[in-house]
Write a protein that binds this ligand. Structure first.
Ligand code: SF4
Ligand code: SF4
Length: 367
């Protein structure tokens, strides 16, 4: 595992150009230079030189980050910003009592068991869940074999499988074999809390389950997708890209208006124009700042709630301007962020918030 010292050269690559300020949602909201990567690098450089202590003040600024990666995308020095913050966080948290408590709660035995128990309760309550494998569609060409998809369903589906059920409903119209495995969390929340050891543990475990041939690892969450790519996996696809590459017709009897919020961890939304062409009676209205962060990012919303709500409010206002019936996304954390934004903005009545695949599953006909 790399230490903060190992990143000294990368930290020094920061030219203080300030380009990250123009994209950082937290900087835009607070105007605080310590919120953005440039300011954080100045502090971490001070730590490495022995001028500053890696203490709770610096940790507070490390937490003042959505891990959205927007600064990394724009940084001309190509610095792996988030990895450096995670490493600094790890070095701080491992020295603290509360940090050790949080890491204990994140262990396989506690965090893993909670997810498993909640999942089992959910299964008992919902006996009508779809079977593990989706049968090959009868319209399949005889010479073709079904696409073999390993479904990485993520923690939220393990507890509350609303999106999973929608995905299975849509995929029942495709010639695919959907394989489920006993994956753990992708590990992103552990990186946020600086628990790099736990991240490495779940990564190793999840990779060990990929012991058969497959065409794709399928996700319905942009953050899981991004983290799986971070494992070094290449055949990872999100459900929206999959649909875009495998066209069907989604017929809505009544006209509906939709808008789309791009999660920060989603690499692009090229799928959207393709999917819109497949949807009969659905009108798309692009919102201003469709790729602006929703401000949630799990732990960030807990630790910096006022800023998180302020970022969410702006998003809510942009969504409302579209007058859409549905605001779609591709990440359960964004779903919570959008809810938070509407509530913070005082909109208890607002467009329905759904994962894109949930919306497609609402179609009256899929063929
Ligand atoms: S964009 Fe990159 S090089 Fe420029 S100030 Fe931000 S972190 Fe430093
Ligand atoms: S990852 Fe996002 S929130 Fe964090 S410093 Fe970079 S742009 Fe700002």
């Amino acid at each position: 595992m790399k230490t903060l010292k190992d990143y000294a050269e990368d930290i020094n690559k920061c030219s203080k150009c300030g380009l990250c300020q123009s994209v950082c949602p937290v900087y835009k909201e607070t105007g605080n230079d310590c919120a953005v990567s440039r300011g954080k690098f100045v502090m971490l450089d001070g730590v490495l030189k022995g001028d500053l202590k890696l203490d709770k003040t610096i940790n507070k600024y490390l937490d003042l980050c959505l891990k959205c990666g927007k600064c990394k995308e724009f940084c001309p020095s190509d610095i792996d910003v988030c990895r450096i913050f995670e490493t600094a966080k790890y070095e701080y948290v491992k020295k603290t009592f509360w940090g050790k408590i949080v890491w204990m709660l994140e262990s396989k035995y506690i965090f893993g068991c909670i997810i498993k128990v909640l999942g089992r309760v959910q299964k008992l309550l919902n006996n009508s869940r779809n079977s593990n494998k989706i049968a090959a569609c009868s319209k399949a060409l005889p010479a073709q074999r079904p696409l073999k998809l390993i479904y990485f369903k993520g923690c939220v589906n393990n507890v509350y499988p609303k999106v999973e059920n929608a995905l299975k409903k849509v995929l029942s119209n495709y010639d695919v074999e959907l394989i489920e495995k006993d994956f753990e969390c992708c590990g992103l929340p552990f990186l946020s809390s600086g628990n790099i050891e736990r991240f490495e543990q779940v990564k190793e475990y999840n990779l060990s389950l990929l012991d058969e041939t497959y065409d794709y690892i399928l996700t319905d969450c942009a953050s899981c997708e991004d983290t799986l790519r971070d494992y070094g996996l290449h055949k990872v696809i999100n459900i929206a890209d999959f649909i875009a590459q495998n066209p069907k017709k989604f017929i809505f009897k009544k006209p509906v208006k939709i808008t789309f919020h791009k999660p920060c961890h989603l690499k692009d939304i090229n799928f959207l124009s393709q999917i819109l062409k497949m949807c009969e009676n659905a009108e798309y209205i692009e919102m201003d700042g469709f790729d602006d962060c929703c401000g949630f990012a799990g732990e960030f919303a807990l630790k910096n709630n006022e800023i998180s709500r302020a970022i969410g409010k702006k998003k809510a206002r942009n969504i409302l301007k579209t007058d859409a019936d549905y605001v779609l996304s591709l990440c359960p954390s964004c779903t919570l962020g959008l809810h938070q934004g509407f509530i913070a903005n005082g909109n208890f009545k607002h467009p329905k918030i759904k994962n894109l695949i949930e919306f497609l599953a609402l179609a009256d006909e899929i063929n």
